[in-house]
Write a protein that binds this ligand. Structure first.
Ligand SMILES: [Zn+2]
Length: 308
């Protein structure tokens, strides 16, 4: 079943049709096709003077909470403006075709969920689940227009009050040009420092709900992912470099347990040598065709083009 071109191998189709338990393991490559910058690529513009490792640590948050919170709010705003792509929709559609599907992602966005996926295991946390830095209480974020507007307002207010007014109430994702304009304006700022909100339980600063350098993966997410990988018949590794451990261990565990492992990635990775099937290409191109080939759902993934 070794395969390096885009035809979907019959053996893969057969394995997918017969699989009882499937794991889809995703990485940055899946969201990149929705325009979400990878972790390091997010350090553009005025953020480029920072080092990713310096922003994404508990120490950085203690010392410069407003810089770190500002950076994550900027990234969260970027995600709110993005839409799931055909890969996200095809993966969500798999739920209807296999008896048990576990989606495990290293991505901190919510694009799988917005494509309709339920029960997504977030190994590296989520931009959309901040919590108290002291007591751990979840902080309810308003992902609606008000939150986006407040971020934009903060960015724009130094330049023109009228501009900030214009953006208040702009629905998320409704006007990419507006955002680009504001974004360009805010690039002139020295920094987009946003003080983190205070915990409603104890008053301590709220922190981003992501896993930082030096922190462990959430234990419940990791054990769920590990169990799923060891019990599955088929694992897709999609858009991930297979280099970042411990997450990269999941395909290895599935292989060791006898599962069929299928890799979808434009580039070669260390997993190429071990996977049963390597589909080199964009996930947004390949995954809808995998679905169509296995289940004759020729419209799967096309919804991506219709998303607002
Ligand atoms: Zn608290």
């Amino acid at each position: 079943m070794k395969n390096t071109h885009h035809d979907i191998p019959p053996a893969l189709i057969e394995a997918l049709r017969n699989a009882q338990r499937v794991v889809v393991f995703t990485g940055a490559g899946v969201s990149a096709e929705s325009g979400i910058a990878t972790f390091r690529d997010a350090l553009t513009g005025l953020w480029s003077r920072f080092d990713a490792q310096a922003l994404a640590t508990p120490q950085a948050f203690r010392e410069h909470p407003d810089i770190v919170w500002g950076w994550y709010e900027w990234r969260r705003a970027q995600v709110l403006r993005a839409a799931p792509n055909a890969a996200h929709y095809a993966i969500a559609a798999l739920q209807r075709h296999v008896p048990a599907l576990t989606i495990v992602t290293q991505n901190v966005d919510d694009l799988h969920e917005r494509a309709g996926a339920t029960k997504v295991v977030h190994l590296h946390g989520s931009l959309h689940a901040p919590r108290c830095s002291a007591c751990g209480a979840p902080h309810v974020v308003d992902d609606g227009p008000a939150t986006v507007s407040s971020v934009i307002e903060t960015h724009a207010e130094a330049h023109a009050e009228t501009r900030a007014e214009t953006h208040v109430g702009t629905p998320a994702g409704s006007n990419a040009d507006t955002y680009a304009d504001t974004h360009a304006a805010s690039n002139a700022d020295e920094g987009r420092r946003i003080p983190p909100p205070a915990c409603t339980q104890c008053g301590a600063p709220v922190r981003p709900g992501v896993v930082w350098f030096g922190e462990s993966l959430p234990s419940d997410a990791w054990s769920t992912a590990l169990h799923a990988a060891q019990q599955c018949d088929l694992l897709f590794s999609i858009g991930t470099s297979a280099l970042v451990y411990p997450a990269a261990e999941l395909p290895q565990r599935a292989l060791a347990a006898g599962a069929t492992v299928v890799q979808v990635n434009p580039n070669a990775t260390p997993l190429d040598a071990h996977a049963h099937c390597n589909l080199h290409g964009a996930a947004a191109d390949i995954m809808p065709r995998v679905l169509a080939a296995a289940f004759d759902q020729r419209d799967e993934g096309l919804k991506g083009d219709q998303a607002p």
